[in-house]
Design a protein around this ligand. Structure first.
Ligand SMILES: C[S@@+](CC[C@H](N)C(=O)[O-])C[C@H]1O[C@@H](n2cnc3c(N)ncnc32)[C@H](O)[C@@H]1O
Length: 234
């Protein structure tokens, strides 16, 4: 098992293929057992729904939550290189907090711990098996300010924690993402923050239903994600 460094977060070049291949290799070098855990989840899903697909297995296994069981592992997660570029652009201040809404194995926490070790990471993830494995690797890498927690973002008891940054990569069904965006809108009445949305679902919902996120600053659109900034400088 290797120790994660800033240099190791870089893929050979900026192409998406290279970033995905690099991320897969880095997961293995870090001992993050994504393949094994996803294969176990898929086996359970197939037993329950032999005719299902990655569009239905997660919801069938996890009480209607779109956990993307059976999806390609590198589509499920954001490549390390992309997270590196994003964090280097955001330059989060020491003491600020970045929340990953639907955090998978907590890759963002690993990236932050290397590049911005004084920034708090809070990853919220439904699938317990992903959380347990991510926690193990975060702790082995000494990510003291990184927390990965099992949480259902759609539960009525769940309240969004306060943060300066929210990262949201198509975590669930459109109805679930819509619910989270409404919570963010409510929170925005008393606090300023940035939202980084990745994936088609989240970006189109924001564009069509949440103009408040683009009112103060024009969003910055990158190939795979968009950054929406309310007026604040950190
Ligand atoms: C597309 S993945 C993104 C993972 C990670 N944020 C990344 O970018 O690498 C979305 C994650 O959201 C999780 N998820 C789905 N529904 C959820 C819910 N209701 N509460 C918390 N997490 C959820 C899924 O299990 C999945 O791991």
């Amino acid at each position: 098992m290797i120790k994660l460094t800033a240099e190791r977060l870089k893929s050979e070049n900026d192409s998406y293929e290279s970033a995905r291949a690099h991320a897969e290799a880095l997961d293995q070098q870090l001992g993050l057992q994504v393949e094994k855990i996803e294969a176990q989840l898929l086996e359970r899903a197939r037993l329950k729904m032999p005719d299902g697909s990655h569009k239905t297995w997660g919801q069938g296994l996890h009480d209607g939550n779109q956990t993307w069981v059976g999806l390609s592992h590198q589509t499920l997660q954001t490549p390390y290189n992309e997270l590196r570029v994003l964090c280097e652009y955001l330059k989060p201040a020491p003491g600020s907090t970045m929340v990953d809404l639907g955090a998978g194995y907590g890759r963002l926490g690993l990236v932050l711990s290397v590049l911005f070790p004084e920034v708090n990471f809070l990853g919220l993830e439904y699938v317990g098996e992903r959380v347990k494995e991510g926690q193990r690797v975060l702790s082995e890498n000494g990510c003291h300010l990184s927390q990965l927690i099992e949480e259902d973002l759609t539960s009525v008891e769940f309240h969004l924690p306060q943060a300066e940054y929210y990262f949201l990569y198509d975590y669930g069904t459109l109805a679930h993402i819509r619910h989270t965006l409404e919570q963010l809108e409510e929170m925005a009445k008393s606090k300023k923050f940035k939202v980084i949305a990745r994936g088609k679902g989240s970006r189109s919902l924001i564009q069509n239903e949440h103009p408040w996120l683009s009112q103060v600053h024009s969003p910055q659109h990158e190939e795979h994600y968009s950054i929406y900034s309310m007026s604040f400088d950190l």
